[in-house]
Design a protein around this ligand. Structure first.
Ligand code: ATP
Length: 462
């Protein structure tokens, strides 16, 4: 396939994904009825389940199933002094250029990937736009707290979840006593805000987004080795949620391109249809942040090792993942169009979202074979109630069963159960109390007793 054909196919795939996300209720543009709020997105009924599954699984793997990581949920509104100490107030900016002709604004380091609004087939450089010299544009959202509006009332929406972890470092150490022994981590999932110059590529670059971060505190001599350890852990995590290793790329970020605080950073990138782009950064932040806050408050933010009788400011390794970017990667990875032969022997295309069952928004759909047969409906509702405490299920009685399967395939539902005449004993006692269970990817069906459903499904969806 030529480069141009591939680019056109990728762009077409992305358009289909965006439209499926809207049609099926994964992701909507924020305030769409008012013309949309640029860089902001809302997750619909399927999207919110997918996102919750990802966050829950991340929390389970990185906090609950580890002895060395505890959690935190910090406030979004952030003390201005904390962000002055961290360097964000003076330094968290991207270089910006304006076009003097069409008045558009671009990120100076991304001009060649941007489109000129006057001639969308060209980027501003090819189009000979009249660009200004780059200027720094601070990415933080500023707000005022309380009734007064002097400079002292300025607060910021946090630009990363990390800073609240550093600011609470001492409290966590003091409160959790025995549990936290160096090395150990503090994890957080939460919203972050950046006034991005050009939000784009669907949810990829948003102004409001969620991060899943761990600050893993350690001794200076272990920093580099732990950076490699976390890189491997995170790659395994992506594989375990259905993103194959061969679609992930690791960029060892060269000197001069890393954050000012970092002496080693790996970017984990994914092959999105719009290019290979960053999913997560694994950064060795040294002792930069805790030192900066120690200076800011005039007290050392240090770790006390009672047993060894020593005190020191630890170093930190930070795996920082974007929740929304991972969701987008899961959606892009899951999307597939497959030509199949239907019941009537005709070829048709089915769109199937091949989510890993752990991530799938709905785990099992329950169908009565016919909706106008009360016994089938009643039995289906019984099956629904049986599964409901264990997994997210849905009930669908509209249209032919084949069409219901297609709807489930598009939502990425890995299993569906059909309650038929055998189930209710109308064809004799032999299959009474059994249902058909269909698997989304193989489309294979088995007959299984209702009483075995929970035990059969649970290991497949966890
Ligand atoms: P980029 O270079 O793409 O702007 P970054 O290197 O500034 O990202 P970090 O500060 O390392 O990003 O943030 C950690 C993670 O947070 C990123 O890997 C990404 O997954 C997520 N993230 C950062 N900015 C955004 C954004 N504007 N929209 C969605 N997710 C984001």
């Amino acid at each position: 396939m030529s480069e141009d054909t591939k680019a056109a196919k990728d762009a077409e795939k992305m358009e289909k994904i965006v439209s499926l996300c809207k049609r099926r209720g994964f992701i909507f543009q924020s305030a769409e009825i008012y013309g949309g709020l640029n860089g902001c997105w809302d997750y619909g009924p399927l999207g919110v389940e997918l996102k919750r599954n990802l966050k829950d699984y991340w929390w389970r793997k990185n906090v609950r199933e580890r002895d060395d990581v505890v959690g935190l949920d910090g406030s979004i509104l952030t003390h201005q002094e904390a962000l002055k100490s961290s360097g964000h107030v003076g330094g968290f900016s991207d270089p910006m250029v304006d076009c003097r002709t069409c008045k558009s604004r671009f990120r100076a380091d991304q001009v060649c990937e941007s489109k000129c609004p006057e001639k969308p087939s060209k980027n501003p450089e090819e189009n000979g736009c009249d660009l200004t010299e780059p200027r720094d544009f601070n990415l933080m959202f500023e707000t005022k707290m309380g009734a007064s509006s002097d400079d002292g009332s300025i607060a910021y929406l946090r630009p990363e979840t990390a800073q609240s972890i550093f600011v609470q470092f001492k409290n966590v150490c003091d409160q959790t006593g025995e549990r936290v022994k160096m090395p150990f981590g503090i994890a957080q999932i939460g919203k972050a805000f950046r006034n991005e110059i050009n939000p784009r590529n669907f949810t990829f670059r948003s102004r409001e987004f969620e991060q899943m971060e761990i600050e893993y505190f350690c001794r200076a001599e272990d920093g580099l080795e732990l950076t490699d350890y976390w890189l491997e852990e995170r790659l395994k995590f992506y594989e375990s949620i259905g993103i194959p290793r061969e679609k992930l790329h690791v960029l060892d970020v060269p000197d001069g391109e890393r954050g000012h605080y970092s002496s080693k950073t790996y970017d984990i990138e994914y092959e999105f249809p719009f290019g290979i782009q960053e999913l997560e950064g694994v950064a060795y932040r040294t002792d930069y942040d805790l030192k900066a806050h120690s200076e800011g408050v005039g007290k050392p933010q240090e770790y006390v090792d009672q047993a060894a009788g020593e005190k020191f400011i630890p170093h930190v390794v930070e795996p920082s993942a974007g929740c929304d970017r991972t969701i987008l990667a899961l959606i892009c990875e899951a999307y597939e169009e497959e030509v199949i032969t239907n019941d009537k022997g005709k070829q048709e295309t089915r769109v199937v979202m091949r989510f890993d069952p752990k991530m799938a928004p709905i785990k099992c759909a329950i169908f009565p074979l016919l909706k106008n047969k009360p016994e089938l409906v009643a039995k289906s509702k019984e099956v629904l109630d049986l599964l409901r405490p264990f997994m997210n299920v849905t009930y669908d009685e509209t249209g032919a069963v084949g069409r219901r399967y297609r709807r489930g395939d598009e939502a990425g539902t890995p299993f569906s159960v059909t309650v038929d005449f055998d189930t209710i004993g109308e064809n004799g006692p032999e299959n009474e109390g059994t249902v058909t269970l269909r698997e989304r990817d193989s489309m294979e069906q088995i007959r299984i007793p209702i009483t075995d459903l929970v035990a059969h499904l649970l290991p497949l969806i966890q």
